[in-house]
Structure formats: C-alpha cells, structure tokens
Design a binder for this molecule. Structure first.
Ligand code: CA
Length: 227
C-alpha cells in the first residue's frame, strides 16, 4: 500500500512518514504543493494525506485537480483551522475524510485503515500473487505454497515492491529510496542483508526461486516461466 503525504511542516511530515512506514506502508513525501500536485497527478497511490495550508499550491487545488481528472484515490486532508467551513469545503471538493491538527497518530492510522478498507468505485487490489506466493495487503500476511510466512514490516514492504515491479530489475538505489526512504550508500549492505533474509523466508525452502540477483545491477522478482 502506497501513501503520498503532502505536508510542508517538516516535523509533521517526518512524524507521519516514520509512523506510517513502521505500520508497513510505503510512503512518499512531498514537502510543497507543486511537488505534491505533480506526484498526485502522475503517480499511483492507494491514499493521499493532504495538508490544506501549503505555501504554493494549496491542498484544495490539488484535490480539485485530482477529482477533475477523475481520480478516485482516497484523500484524507489535514487542516490546522478548526473551521466548519474548511471541513465542508474539503468534503464538497471530494475529500474522503479529514483530521484537525494537532491529532494523535493512532487516530490518523485508524482513519487511514478505514479509508483503505472502504469500498471504492474501482475495487482495491488487496492480494498480490506470483506463482504460489501470495501477499495479502490488508491483513499483511504472506503465504507460499499455502504455508504462512512471517515477515517484518520492512521485509513485507520490500517484497511488495519486488512483486509490484515483477520482472523488472530494481537497482539497489531504488529499493533503498522506496523501502528505507534513504539515499543509497554503496558501502552499505543493508539491501543485500534484507534480500538474504527475505530469500531465507520465501525462497530457500521452495522451488522455483523467485528473487533473482542481477549482477552489477540489482534484484528482480521473476515470474516463473517468463524468461
Ligand atoms: Ca502546512
């Protein structure tokens, strides 16, 4: 599940990014309205958390552009102003829910989960499958050959990324930015260690092996029989 946070206040955006990552979501961050607008319009997300008060393009305009373009992605907006007008405006523009700052993270997480569960016009993709490997995105469960496998939140996010980009070589730098939200340092073996742990859980005891090492390039999850 991929969430976009559009928020210019560094403290809040960092707090949200960290909390949502720990809850197992993939998080992308936009720290101003222009960047947020661009990401929201060009990339695909399962949910957008949108601050209303942004220095350049405000949250309302981003929301309006999204809905004008016919995008149905759930939007949760954050407003600092405890004003009824704001809430009405947001909901009229097509937001799905709102939170008034300051809010407790647990409250935000509950709203996020509810929005992701709620039936949408386009059914949400809740299970990813490759061969006999199944990822249940809602329950955060993984099975291979019908056997339950326990993954950490990071391992789950890594596997989700690999499956969403199956049959594509993913450079370590991309994996680092998507799963760890960090710039890749070539001296670091964080990615290789994580891949090794993931392989031990989902590949070592099974055939065919799904995670491939592409020498000098990165990793790829290969659909059996595709290449
Ligand atoms: Ca703001």
């Amino acid at each position: 599940m991929k969430i976009l946070i559009v928020e210019d206040e560094a403290k809040i955006s960092e707090y949200l990014r960290q909390g949502l990552s720990e809850a197992g979501f993939m998080v992308d961050l936009a720290r101003n309205g222009l960047d947020g607008h661009h990401k929201a319009m060009t990339e695909s997300f399962d949910l957008i958390i949108l601050d209303v008060m942004l220095p350049d393009i405000d949250g309302w305009r981003i929301l309006q552009s999204l809905r004008d373009a016919g995008t149905t992605v759930p939007v949760l907006f954050l407003t600092a102003r405890d004003s009824v007008d704001d809430r009405v405006k947001g909901l009229e523009l097509g937001a799905d829910d709102y939170l008034v700052k300051p809010f407790a993270f647990a409250e935000l997480l509950a709203r996020v989960r509810t929005l992701l569960r709620r039936g949408q016009s386009a059914p949400l993709e809740t299970t990813l499958t490759v061969a006999d490997l199944e990822l249940d995105l809602m329950r955060r469960r993984v099975k291979r050959s019908g056997r339950k496998i326990t993954l950490t939140a990071k391992e789950f996010a890594l596997l989700e990324l690999l499956i969403r980009h199956r049959d594509e070589v993913l450079p370590r730098s991309l994996i680092a930015s998507q799963v760890w939200d960090m710039n890749f340092d070539s001296d670091s073996n964080v990615i290789d260690v994580a891949i090794r742990r993931l392989r031990a859980k989902i590949d070592d005891d099974y055939e065919p092996k799904l995670i491939q090492t592409v020498r000098g390039m990165g990793y790829m999850l290969e659909t059996p029989g595709s290449g």
